[in-house]
Design a protein around this ligand. Structure first.
Ligand code: UTP
Ligand code: MN
Length: 506
């Protein structure tokens, strides 16, 4: 796909570490970024980004400003804010050409194009309208890709999306990718609506919500249940596939084969004719614990424990919690961590050393270390090329945090007779090591949700002819790698509005 080795290509791209601030390549364009709701940090980031691309950005509002850009504000709010800040009354009438009062969309499109794009009606700030009535009547406001929308964790249509997700899962159990994606996209669209769907007519202009999905939505709105989903839930095949795929290390294909071979209960797998992988054996052994949700408190204790181990070898190593917890979930099926350091050499071998160290303390129940792939840009869509450790930890129950406490408590083996309450809980943990240059891409890729990631990649390719992975962004036409120093910069490269992790629950 990309004939030039990654390393070689990296050298060919001049991406200065401290790019010079240009005096302005576009005379007649002076941007003012409104800090209200944007925040100082993001304003600083966007200012630097625009300056690197040759735009003039004014720190203060003045007559020189030609493009006032704000995020999540109405026109009234922006005018009021400027008045309060400057003590000047600012007018914005239809005839007035300058300044333009624009939404962030104009800015991201301009950054992506490398030049100011012409101002269009859709870029201009509107006067205050109530958000729900706007969204309800203006369905064109609902953009087609999930990565263009904001999807909160708690939304208004879970009664419908829960059912659509059962249908999606059943489709995946039948290896029907098209139907799986159809139901998943419809569910995701409804999750991003800022109001509760009241009637099936409201789906009229919603992408992905026609046909089969529409009849499902109608049934739920009218009857409160969907017959097809009820039949699926009651079916032996669905129940059994759900049970088997919930074992760590078991995918749909293996589960289907076992089902055909007559497996109906976990105990059936004890038959030696079923050759289980080490991962599946560990998954079965700790099945009960792994079905329990991991709480945020447990995830945080896990982070302390792993950080302590890593810092034993590299004191200033960085560890970040990603996955669902970064998106604001209060519980998850596992905990995902990203590990990096500004000096790539410091990362060599550190994961293995830390895992050995924790193993020595009896904190590990299972681990599989996957080395970094030499051609990370060729990775398949389900797996990236980062060095990764898929593991099961024995997290001490209670408030045991430090190494000394662990040793003193003799934490780790639940084998002693007479033990009435568990002293540890098995927890699935994924640890990913990423070179510093790839960190923003790895962070974006491992924060999820899975559907948000799928949509980001689909958007990148279909709309921008770029390939996005958790290693980088590759421009298919120019055959080059685009570096980024933050997630916000990646969204800007793609011409997308920034979506914070809390709104990536697509
Ligand atoms: P998870 O499967 O852990 O999901 O993948 P989650 O969103 O954290 O939800 P929980 O754990 O069920 O609560 C997290 C992110 O990591 C990426 C996925 O694409 C997802 O976006 N991921 C996961 C990979 O990139 N590669 C993998 O091998 C596994
Ligand atoms: Mn996770």
């Amino acid at each position: 796909m990309f004939p030039i080795p990654l390393k070689k290509r990296k050298k060919e791209i001049p991406v200065p570490a401290h790019p010079e601030v240009s005096a302005g390549l576009f005379p007649g364009v002076s941007i003012f970024l409104v800090e209200r709701r944007m925040g100082a940090a993001r304003r600083g980031f966007l200012t630097a980004l625009a300056q690197r691309k040759g735009f003039t950005v004014a720190q203060d509002y003045s007559d020189e400003v030609t493009h006032v850009v704000s995020e999540q504000n109405s026109l009234t709010e922006v005018l009021g804010w400027i008045e309060r800040k400057t003590g000047r009354q600012v007018q914005c009438t239809g005839e007035q050409k300058s300044p333009h009062f624009l939404d962030i969309g104009w800015f991201t499109e301009s950054m992506s194009s490398g030049k100011p794009v012409p101002v269009d009606a859709r870029h201009c700030l509107q006067d205050e309208r109530t958000p729900s009535s706007t969204a309800k009547t203006d369905h064109s406001a609902v953009l087609p890709y999930a990565c263009q929308r904001r999807t909160p964790l708690i939304h208004h249509n879970s009664q419908i999306t829960d059912v659509l997700e059962i249908l999606a899962q059943a489709a995946s159990f039948q290896a029907s990718e098209v139907r799986f994606l159809g139901f998943t996209r419809a569910a995701s669209m409804l999750k991003s609506l800022p109001y509760k769907l009241q009637s099936v007519e409201e789906t009229e202009n919603l992408l992905w919500c026609g046909g089969h999905c529409k009849s499902v939505i109608q049934e739920i709105l009218e009857d409160g249940v969907c017959r097809e989903a009820e039949e699926i839930k009651a079916s032996k095949h669905y129940q059994c596939m759900k049970l088997l795929t919930s074992i760590f290390g078991v995918g749909v294909r293996t589960a289907e084969q076992w089902y055909k071979d007559g497996v109906r209960r976990l105990d059936d797998l004890k038959d030696p004719k079923f050759k289980l992988t080490a991962e599946q054996r560990a998954g079965l052994e700790h099945y009960a614990d792994l079905q329990l949700p991991v709480t945020r408190e447990e995830a945080e204790r896990m982070q302390c424990m792993i950080r302590e181990a890593l810092q034993t070898f590299v004191p200033d190593i960085q560890i970040t919690m990603t996955g669902g917890f970064r998106r604001g979930k209060q519980q998850g099926h596992d905990v995902d961590f990203l590990i990096t350091h500004p000096d790539d050499n410091a990362l060599t071998g550190v994961l293995k050393k830390a895992m050995d160290w924790m193993d020595g303390k009896g904190l590990l129940l299972y681990r599989h270390l996957k080395e970094r792939s030499h051609a990370p840009y060729k990775v398949n869509r389900n797996m990236d090329g980062h060095e990764t450790c898929y593991s099961i930890f024995a997290l001490p129950v209670g408030d045991l945090k430090s190494e000394c406490e662990l040793e003193a408590s003799g934490v780790v083996h639940r084998t002693g007779s007479g033990v009435t309450s568990p002293i540890w809980k098995a927890i699935r943990v994924d640890l990913v090591v990423t070179p510093f240059l790839e960190y923003p891409y790895a962070l974006l890729g491992w924060t999820g949700s899975k559907h948000f990631e799928r949509e980001l990649r689909r958007y990148s390719w279909q709309e921008k002819k770029m390939t996005l992975t958790s290693h980088g962004l590759f421009n298919g036409e120019k055959k080059c790698l685009i570096l980024a120093t933050s997630e916000e910069e990646i969204f800007a490269h793609l011409g997308l509005e920034y979506v914070p992790p809390s709104h990536r629950n697509a």
